[in-house]
Design a protein around this ligand. Structure first.
Ligand code: CO8
Length: 297
């Protein structure tokens, strides 16, 4: 069944069900579909009364963005996007202490060029879908969020981070000996400005929550146990704005950045594949993986 057809069935089913209020259990049609899948990395709770979905990333141990994860994420996002009843999306993590560890390093290490290309296309797809989303998107960052995790948060409309000093967020690619692509850089520069982005990217800076708030990388800090209620409160404010006016404004702000990637997509994939499969880069990634392992002992 096509996605569009599946969504139509979902909508018509929802007409047959009783309506639930805030804070109550289902109607979690998307969630139910997810729970039926054998390896769910994403759980989506959609509340048709409020028009808000909460996407919980639940891929242990650290919500790293593997090809499977990204595929599931994009399918979930697309389903919500196609449901006109869904106006807002909150993205958060079910894993303790981590929002997302960024791209799955194992997807970039020791893989064939074809597989690397497929993986990079999925990373692009996640960014294109989320950055260009018509929905109001809020990242409820309840843990560390380096590199691709930071990109995912930056791609949302608003970021709320748990005020826990041991959590960090930033584009730390240079620390791994790799380079954040131009659209990672553009997304950050659109949020915090050119100078802060240049410093952060060259040095691979990871900010604690207060520093992140200071530079504008996140918009608000709250105690960790209040992160979802704070996201819901913020969402209510954004929902008060007429959708069409907000969506056109969002598109006006983001379209040039999105167009830069869409018109260079194949070249960007080729660049990534050529870069990541270099012996020297593979060596850096191996060294970084070893550091991650040693950290435990
Ligand atoms: N990918 C794969 N595995 C990971 C990753 C990751 N990104 N991060 C952590 N892991 C693994 C660890 O190796 C460890 O595995 P194991 O249990 O087998 O030893 C397990 O997850 C748990 O990790 P930790 O013990 O470190 O968990 P903590 O809760 O102590 O810390 C952190 C969580 C803070 C997320 C920490 O794991 C960390 O810093 N991870 C690395 C994050 C990082 O640097 N990510 C960068 C990825 S690159 C990217 O996203 C953009 C690349 C752009 C490419 C451009 C090229 C051109």
């Amino acid at each position: 069944m096509s996605l569009r057809a599946a969504t139509r069935v979902t909508r018509s089913l929802s007409g047959l069900l009783p309506r639930w209020g805030h804070g109550q259990a289902p109607p979690l049609l998307f969630s139910q579909q997810r729970n039926n899948s054998t390896s769910p990395k994403i759980r989506v709770e959609f509340n048709p009364t409020s028009g808000v979905a909460v996407m919980h990333m639940q891929s242990p141990p650290v919500n790293s963005l593997s090809l499977d994860f990204l595929t599931e994420f994009c399918i979930g996002l697309e389903k919500l996007e196609m449901d006109k009843g869904c106006r807002g999306l909150i993205i958060t993590s079910s894993q303790p202490k981590v929002f997302s560890a960024g791209l799955d390093i194992l997807e970039m290490y020791g893989k064939s060029p074809e597989r690397c290309g497929e993986f990079w296309k999925a990373v692009q797809e996640m960014w294109l879908k989320l950055y260009g989303s018509d929905m109001i998107t809020i990242a409820a960052i309840n843990g560390s969020s380096p590199a691709g995790g930071c990109l995912m948060a930056l791609t949302c409309d608003y970021r709320i981070m748990a005020d826990q000093p041991r959590y960090t967020i930033g584009l730390n690619e240079t620390l791994l000996g790799i380079v954040a692509p131009f659209w990672f850089k553009d997304t950050m520069a659109n949020t915090v400005g050119h100078r802060t982005t240049e410093m952060a990217l060259q040095l691979g800076l990871l900010y604690d929550p207060s520093e992140a708030l200071n530079v504008g990388l996140v918009d608000q800090l709250v105690p960790e146990d209040q992160i979802l209620s704070a996201a819901t409160q913020t969402m209510t404010k954004w929902l008060a704005i007429p959708d069409h006016a907000r969506q056109i404004t969002k598109s006006m702000m983001r379209k040039p950045t999105i167009d830069r990637l869409t018109s260079n997509r194949e070249a960007d994939i080729q660049n990534f594949v050529n870069f990541i499969t270099k012996d020297s880069i593979q060596k850096s990634l191996r060294a970084y993986l070893e550091i991650l392992k040693k950290k435990k002992t």
